[in-house]
Design a protein around this ligand. Sequence first.
Ligand SMILES: Cc1ncc(COP(=O)(O)O)c(C=O)c1O
Ligand SMILES: [Zn+2]
Length: 413
Amino acid sequence: MPISYFQCSQCGAKFSPEQVTYTCPACGGNLDTHLTFEENPAEVTQAEIIQSRHHSIWRYAPLLPVADPKFEHTPLHRVGFTPVYQPERLRSKLGLRQLFVKDESFNPSQSFKDRASAIVIARAIEKNIVTTITASTGNAGAAMACMAASVGKRAIILAPESAPPAKIAQLLTFGAEVALVEGNYDDACRLSLTASHEFGWYNRNTGYNPFTVEGKKTAGLEIWEQVIRFLPPEQKLTVFIPVGDGNILSGIAKGFIDLLALGWIDQLPRLVGVQAEGSAAIYNAFINNKEFIDPVHAQTVADSICVDFPGDGFRALKRVRESGGFFMTVNDDEILAAIPALGSVGLFVEPAAATAYAGLVKALENELIDPESTVLVMATGSGLKDVEAAMRAVSLAPVIEPKLSDLKEVFGV
Ligand SMILES: Cc1ncc(COP(=O)(O)O)c(C=O)c1O
Ligand SMILES: [Zn+2]
């Protein structure tokens, strides 16, 4: 679907597709992409999407700013259309009306980030770009490395030195060119911007590249296809999303905004952004009624959402307010406790992904949401990404001699 224009999410300035690549030249704000279907929504039908043979983000090709690159039978073509579960035991334990959990570990590199990376790589294919670069806490880089590998593109990844080993192993295994930056994610971001400016490498940085939101909006489109279209119209969905840079939240919101423009939904779902207490720059702005965000010195067990200055914070704040939702925080103990809670119904998540569920637990405890709500929790990444954190969240198994008597003692039989 052709791009009609880009519009700055901060100052509102509009640009033709030829005028801009990354952020707003006037104020530096992140750009929203407007596609031609907005002028003629009848151009796209629900039937062509629902009947698509692709069980991936490519079923939404008519709503995407890039063409399907047709790399079928590669990981690039298997991103998205992740399962949505209804864990009944958790729902009844929480006393909630209805609970859905969307499991993003089904993506090829086991996190939500494949959605953005697939679209950025599809754009690189369209524009004959050879080299892409991204800064990443780990998952965006693993996703980019995976997508680049599946189509034979060059990926350069800058990650903080402290990234969990599994994420670094993924980057290296996918054959990306990797440098671990002394410092944090924000330092890696700054370096990647300078490098892409100096060397002309195509930069995928979260929020900075407008196609990241366009990739992530596919989760919003899926939530409509898998959940919202089956709900009675008066039953508004509340979506809990873990937030670091705020780009996953902005992306899911963009999916809903597009659906509203198409007339396929008549109200925006409510968005709840959950940040770690130690990395709460956007929450701080929300709670203090500010429009702009002040950086923090971030520290949390949830490495994927550990961000000093969120790259898409301004827009995420705006989207949460438009949706009638809110931001909240959870502490590291609450995040770790959510890992075995989701584990108890068969989901294995990394700390950042557990953050959204921890938020739901706390929101119900503190009466921030009504138990009569219908809630979807985004489980954004696999527990295999950070096994050390998972081990901190559970009690260790006893080591026994291979004797029945030892077994009896341990299990009290
Ligand atoms: C697993 C996981 N969850 C949540 C997030 C947060 O997304 P964002 O930084 O766009 O807010 C990330 C980002 O890296 C992630 O990898
Ligand atoms: Zn602007």
